[in-house]
Structures are given as structure tokens and as C-alpha cells.
Design a protein around this ligand. Structure first.
Ligand code: F8G
Length: 237
């Protein structure tokens, strides 16, 4: 197998988000989370249900295998058998996420996507994040507006922020106060690189190295899931 790219490491890390998920609805938002979910379905998680983010359930080869309109998605959200991977314009140390706007909510300097499903997702079921450009503009001391709820604002028993995968590292909230920590850095990335690109202190006591994709995963990514190599345009080394 030729040299593994950073994007392929990220795709395998996104696939690992769904390890042990079983028959759960995966709702990956964006290219790399979708590649990860489809890779998981083809390898370790054959029972994973894949949403297209609109109204259909798809097979790994993107053929339609079911109908799931938004009104039904809300039932699944409330039921909790779902794992969404969202993006983040901003995210802070406790996992509060902002995809709504930048600046004062009353008069933003930038209007973004809006709250969308972020509030309901984060109080009802497992939620992870994908950040293609890990930097201090995204990893901020405090988000301007809370769309997805973090651990310092957690409500109810179903709040479950699982992981944050970025182009530099895999992070989670498995610390005593649920503040963010580095789980692993991608091959070629130093812990210091991650710390310098994050606008708040990160726990980094026991940092591993993100695994490489297996030969099977590389073959699936390169010949079935993304033969055009879009993944390498989204993830910079
Ligand atoms: C910034 C910053 C920043 C951006 N600081 N400025 C500015 C300062 C800057 C940039 C310009 C553009 C269940 C469910 C749902 C549903 C269901 C219910 C969901 C019904 C579906 C519909 C619904 C939520 C899914 C996501 C979001 C995915 C992304 C983004 C992005 C890029 C984050 C990657 N920090 N940031 N600026 N949705 N999208 O001047 O210009 O803004 O910057 O689950 O919906 O309702 O509920 O963000 O902005 O997860 O992740 O695409 O908005 O494209 O281009 O970065 O300076 O860069 O030139 P973006 P970007 P510039 S689940």
C-alpha cells in the first residue's frame, strides 16, 4: 500500500468513533465522518445504519436501503440510538460547540449555519465532532454561542460527548472534570503541535499515536469509498 495520507488516518479514526455501536443510526456530517461511518459498516460494524443526513438510509455503496425523513429522525434522536458526528466553527474545553454565529448573538459579525440539530443531539445521545483544520480559531476559550451543549452545561442522563477528531489528533473528555484531553496524535504530529493550535490548556498525560488504517481499510477507501481522493482535499497535513 502506498504512503498513508493524513486524511486516511483521519478516516480510520472516524471509523473508530463507531466501534461497538451495533445497530445504531450513524449521522456523519461531512466527507470524512461519512467515509469513516461507511468504512466502519464495511469492516467492524456491519449493523450500523447510515443516514444521508436528509431522508434516506444508505448502504456503504450509497444505495438507498430505507426512508428516514426528518420527522422520523427526531423520533430516533429522542430515543437515543444515534451517534451524530457534527462539525464545529468553535468548540471549547468542555465541548460546547458553536455552528450558529460569530460575535454577539444579537448582532453577529458572521451568521453561520444556525443551531440546527445541535442542542437536541447533545442532550439526547452520543455526539462526536470532526474538525478539518485544528486551530485556535476553532478551539477557543469560550464559544460565542452554545449550539451543542458541553459538559459544564450538561443536562440529563443522555448527554454523551464521545470524541473530537481533527486533522492533528483524537481528543475526548475522559478526565475528572470532563475537560478535553488528547487521546492520540496522528503520525507525524507532536503533542506540542496540538497544544500550540488550541486556545485553552489540554490534558496530555498519556497520549498515544493514532493508528494507521489497515490494508483492507486503505483498499476500501482508495477503490470503493473515495477513488477520486476527495479526502485529501479536505485534510491538510
Ligand atoms: C469564523 C469562525 C470562527 C467561521 N471565528 N470567524 C467566519 C471567527 C469567517 C469565515 C466564515 C465562513 C438531527 C440533526 C440535524 C437536523 C435534523 C435533526 C442537524 C433534522 C438536520 C437539519 C436540522 C447538525 C449538522 C453540522 C455543521 C456541519 C460544518 C461547517 C464547518 C465550516 C464548521 C466545517 N471560529 N468560523 N468564521 N450540521 N458544518 O469569516 O470566513 O465565517 O467560515 O442532527 O442539523 O436542523 O437538524 O463552517 O464556515 O454539524 O461543520 O461547514 O459555516 O462553512 O467556511 O469555516 O474567514 O474563513 O474566509 P462554515 P467557514 P473565512 S445536526
Amino acid at each position: 500500500m502506498g504512503d498513508v495520507t493524513r486524511a486516511e488516518v483521519c478516516a480510520a479514526a472516524c471509523a473508530d468513533l463507531f466501534a461497538g455501536a451495533g445497530e445504531t443510526l450513524a449521522s456523519p456530517m461531512g466527507l470524512l465522518p461519512s467515509l469513516g461511518a461507511r468504512l466502519a459498516r464495511l469492516t467492524t460494524e456491519p449493523d450500523l445504519l447510515l443516514s444521508d443526513g436528509e431522508a434516506f438510509l444508505l448502504t456503504s455503496e450509497s444505495t438507498v436501503e430505507g426512508w428516514l425523513p426528518y420527522r422520523k429522525v427526531f423520533d430516533v434522536v429522542a430515543h437515543g440510538r444515534r451517534h451524530v458526528v457534527m462539525g464545529a466553527n468553535q468548540i471549547d474545553r468542555f465541548g460546547n460547540q458553536n455552528i450558529s454565529c460569530i460575535g454577539d448573538h444579537g448582532k453577529p459579525t458572521r451568521q453561520l449555519l444556525g443551531f440546527r440539530g445541535a442542542p437536541g443531539n447533545t442532550i439526547n445521545h452520543r455526539t462526536s465532532y470532526w474538525v478539518p483544520k485544528h486551530g485556535p480559531r476553532v478551539f477557543v476559550e469560550a464559544v460565542d454561542v452554545i449550539s451543542g451543549v458541553g459538559y459544564d452545561n450538561a443536562v440529563g442522563p443522555f448527554h454523551d460527548l464521545h470524541r473530537v477528531v481533527t486533522n492533528l489528533a483524537v481528543l475526548d473528555f475522559g478526565t475528572a472534570d470532563h475537560s478535553m484531553r488528547i487521546v492520540s496524535v496522528h503520525p507525524g504530529v507532536e503533542v506540542e503541535d496540538v497544544l500550540s493550535q488550541t486556545g485553552f490548556p489540554l490534558h496530555h498525560d498519556d497520549v498515544g499515536e493514532t493508528r494507521l488504517p489497515t490494508d483492507e481499510e486503505l483498499d476500501l477507501l482508495r477503490t470503493v469509498l473515495d477513488p477520486a481522493g476527495k479526502r485529501d482535499r479536505e485534510v491538510r497535513e
